[in-house]
Design a protein around this ligand. Structure first.
Ligand SMILES: NC(=O)c1ccc[n+]([C@@H]2O[C@H](COP(=O)([O-])OP(=O)(O)OC[C@H]3O[C@@H](n4cnc5c(N)ncnc54)[C@H](OP(=O)(O)O)[C@@H]3O)[C@@H](O)[C@H]2O)c1
Length: 235
């Protein structure tokens, strides 16, 4: 399988890339801004499986240029088509709504919503039949869930990517591409420490990564256009 994972330099995305690497001969395209952390990821994947094919792609999802011009040519250096897209990158600023700067708001919207939307759009021409797009949202953006002060815009961007998932599944239901969204509960990562300092999550990044990898590979047989809560705890 040819698999794109965004936000692969840390947390859940880092563990996801390692999980796919140890599974076998997938081509894994690992995106984030930090080239040095992606290099570390490549070494970690090779330690798991000497035959792992992991291609680091340093890329800023908040870049303004069309991804068709900037990112797709890089992707095509490695693969000509894609089977799985995991929009995992995320940006969170924990601050009272009235204190958020315009740049902080714009960056959360860019990384959590606009970037994934632009990525899906740019990839559409090279998505294989039966491709599965998995968007990573949060319980904070799940309708009716408990809400927390300081996470208003972050949660709203996560609700937006969930809604986009439902819309794309409907719009493309006749061309055999599936779109699903996982609304994650708390996982012990750097982002969680920003959102809930001192809170200890019940789930580790490798555990959530195992779930997401299995879902990305098998979930489209049973789900399309679904926003699925993946949480036993609050937060
Ligand atoms: N951890 C939780 O409790 C939790 C709960 C619910 C949902 N989630 C969601 O799960 C996903 C993964 O979160 P995590 O906890 O693993 O977070 P993390 O450890 O903070 O990782 C975030 C990733 O996003 C990448 N990223 C941020 N800005 C980017 C940009 N402009 N361009 C490209 N990549 C960018 C970062 O890479 P660079 O800095 O190298 O660019 C990093 O790899 C996120 O979508 C998050 O919202 C997490």
């Amino acid at each position: 399988m040819n698999i794109i994972i965004t936000g692969a330099s840390s947390g859940i995305g880092f563990e996801l890339a390692k999980r796919f690497a140890e599974m076998g001969n997938h081509n894994i395209l690992a995106l984030s801004r930090n080239a040095s952390k992606l290099k570390d990821l490549k070494s970690a994947c090779i330690r798991k499986n000497v035959e792992a094919h992991l291609h680091p792609i340093p890329f800023d999802l908040s870049a303004k240029e069309p991804f068709e011009d900037t990112l797709i040519p890089i992707i095509k250096q490695y693969v000509q088509n894609i089977d799985i897209v995991i929009n995992n990158a995320g940006h969170l600023v924990n601050a009272p709504f009235h204190n958020l700067s315009s740049i902080e708001i714009a960056t959360m919207i860019d990384v959590n919503f606009t970037g994934p939307a632009k990525l899906i759009k740019a990839l559409m021409p090279i998505l294989n039949a039966k491709a599965h797009v998995v968007n990573i949202s949060s319980m904070g953006g799940f309708q009716g869930s408990v809400k927390f002060p300081g996470l208003s815009v972050y949660s709203a961007t996560k609700a937006a990517i969930a809604c986009l998932t439902e819309c794309l599944a409907e719009e493309y239901k006749d061309i055999d591409i599936s779109f699903n969204c996982l609304a994650l509960g708390s996982v012990q990562t750097e982002m969680l420490a920003k959102a809930f300092p001192n809170y200890k999550a019940p789930v580790m990044p490798n555990e959530m990564a195992n779930f997401i990898a299995n879902f990305a590979l098998n979930g489209s047989k049973y789900f399309n256009g679904q926003v699925i809560p993946v949480s036993l705890s609050t937060p």
